[in-house]
Design a protein around this ligand. Structure first.
Ligand code: HSE
Length: 313
């Protein structure tokens, strides 16, 4: 039976000062979705590596909803059956629900030979994200589709700015043995922001974008500060300040919560420093949180989601 498999990378969103608008793709970890033609509707045939926790009903699954949104947008009456292989832990702050939704739309688009525009794929994957996270924030979906470092200037109509990646910029992500549900982490934020925090945030945002353009690593480091979401979410992650300090002491440019957590990220200049930072953060996580943690040291992935295999018969 004809089938197409797509891979979508994990992402670090927010990146300090860019709450809901900034994210980058990791080189390595991600989710895979295989799509096969079916008589009608979207079904989920199989999910691997989720310990049976994700919904098998398409209308309640991020990948299923994203695939349904794409079929609807294309006006295609055919159906698809999806198999999902989770490469990312659940509720980890690594953009797992976005990666599944993105892999689903890329696989379905290729299977139907639709060649949908990038922005339509993002819009459909966002419907999956809305279901998974309770909000259609695009800062995981956009870098998972595009790769690289991405700024979403406006979600609708979509306006995406792909930022340059300074040579040698390396990310460290440590995923502690904790789960944080994004919808809960968002509920902590409230509706309003004090003006002084907003001023700090947009000053850092401008400085970060400028630092990326000029490969000014020191400025990138100074700008990696979150005045808005992180202070309100800090109680969810025991030892957050100490873990960030351990990253700084080991030479990180800056560190913070990856997305809504519990994963922590750091940006570093070069792989050698990144390896030291990974070691220091892992030790600090073991001290303050305990349990086993997963560590990813990677460059910023230049490419986003892609078809990895297709079977014609
Ligand atoms: N920007 C989002 C948040 C990312 O911090 O809530 C989580 O998926």
């Amino acid at each position: 039976m004809r089938s197409t498999t797509a891979f979508a990378p994990a992402t670090v969103s927010n990146v300090g000062c860019g709450f809901d608008v900034l994210g980058f793709a990791l080189d390595g970890p991600g989710d895979e979705v295989t799509a096969r033609l079916a008589p009608r509707d979207v079904t989920i045939d199989d999910i691997q590596n989720d310990a049976g926790r994700l919904p098998r009903e398409a209308a309640r699954n991020t990948a299923g909803v994203a695939a349904q949104a794409l079929l609807r947008a294309l006006g295609d009456a055919r159906g698809v059956a999806l198999s999902i292989r989770k490469g990312l832990p659940l509720a980890s702050g690594l953009g797992g629900s976005a990666a599944s939704a993105v892999a689903a739309v890329v696989a379905v688009d290729a299977l139907l030979e639709a060649r949908a525009p990038r922005d339509l794929l993002i819009a459909c994957a966002l419907e999956g994200e809305r279901l998974g996270a309770g909000s259609a924030h695009p800062d995981n979906v956009a870098p998972s589709v595009c790769g690289g470092f991405v700024l979403v200037r406006h979600p609708s109509p979509l306006d995406i700015i792909e930022l340059p990646i300074p040579p040698g910029l390396t990310s460290v992500v440590v995923h502690p043995e904790l789960e944080i549900v994004t919808a809960h982490a968002r509920a902590l934020l409230g509706e309003t922001v004090p003006l002084a925090d907003a001023i700090r945030q947009w000053a850092n945002m401008g400085a970060l974008v400028d630092g990326l353009h000029r490969s000014d690593f020191a400025q990138i480091g100074r700008a990696l500060e979150d005045a808005i979401a992180e202070p309100r979410r800090a109680p969810l992650i025991p030892g957050l300040a100490a873990i960030k300090q351990a990253a700084a002491d080991a030479g990180a440019l800056g560190a913070g919560i990856s997305g809504s957590g519990p994963s922590l990220f750091a940006l570093c200049r070069g792989r050698e420093i990144a390896d030291l930072v990974a070691e220091a953060m892992t030790a600090a996580v073991a001290r303050h949180i305990g349990g086993a943690s997963q560590v990813y040291v990677s460059s910023i992935a230049p490419a986003g989601a892609r078809v990895v295999s297709a079977c014609a018969s």
